[in-house]
Write a protein that binds this ligand. Sequence first.
Ligand code: A3P
Length: 344
Amino acid sequence: MSSSSVQTFPKQEADAEGETNPELYQHFANLVSSLPSSKGLSNNRLYRHDRGWHCSVVPIVGAMVADACFNSRPSDIIVATLPKSGTTWMKSLLYATVHRREHPVDDGAAGHPLNSWGPHQLIKFFEYQLYTGDKVPDLDKLPDPRHFATHVPFVSLPRSVVATPGCKIVYVCRDPKDHLISQWDFANKFRVKDGLEPLPLEDAAELFCAGLSPFGPYWDHVLGYWGAHRADPDKVLFFRYEEMQRDPAAHVRRLAEFVGLPFSSGEEDSGVVDAVVALCSFERMRGMAATKGGRTELSFGVVPNSSFFRQGVVGDWVNHLSPEMARRIDAITADKFKGSGLLV
Ligand code: A3P
């Protein structure tokens, strides 16, 4: 990273100092080690949280520490997703939208922080980045508005996120078949890197249908946030990846309104909405220096930012899943979502 890009690094994202609390982490690690565990759709064993979701040990512990230690503010915005559902895209859109005055998005946005820093460096995960490695970060030092991210289901969000009026959650869900393919491909990259055989898709699909995917079952995750959105639409915004692809500008407008920063008519006239969409588009982001050369430190390793960009299309599952497996996933989805108001 050049020294000039370090100078543009937004204050909010500088690592907040804090303390370590190995005893707290050990306490939760002991608790997790007593939970039922099984093989899952990743290279680590998945533990079953007592609220019904599955994940490997380090992020579950991180989620528990976040629940115990994180203090929310009314101005906080949390991006919540299942992995491989559009997290990278939503983080970029949120960052570009909220910071558009200090970091203009038009005229090529050459100096925009997204050119120098990956979305996962700008908006960090509670359970993979902030609450890991025995750390209890001092997030109170960060200026408003703070943005964080999580893959944790609604039932296990840090309690202060749910309890703090004003603190908002932006959720993105994706077609389960595309989510599965993206997750399978991502997990296999790490299996191969760790010297393991890639998981055959048939096995991955079986595990997925059994709910044994990271932060799964998929259906419970989506329904949890959908229910929260229906109960309090000012608290939880609910987007679908496929609809974002169909009309990204409309979603950027809704996002801006939701976080209290609607686009002015002057901004509309000068094309700021389209500039946000263009800056965060798959093609543009994939070509950025931050994607091509940057790396993000997560609890399971240092990950090239390029690994968060694969195809970025809707419906790639058709090139991988057998019609029979696709029908099976659709049938489970139809059954689980029945009566929820969520369309398959
Ligand atoms: P595919 O593997 O189907 O290509 P996440 O960000 O939650 O990890 O999700 C990753 C998925 O979102 C990948 O899907 C990735 O290609 C896609 N993606 C990443 N950035 C995107 C963007 N700017 N626009 C659309 N899709 C994007």
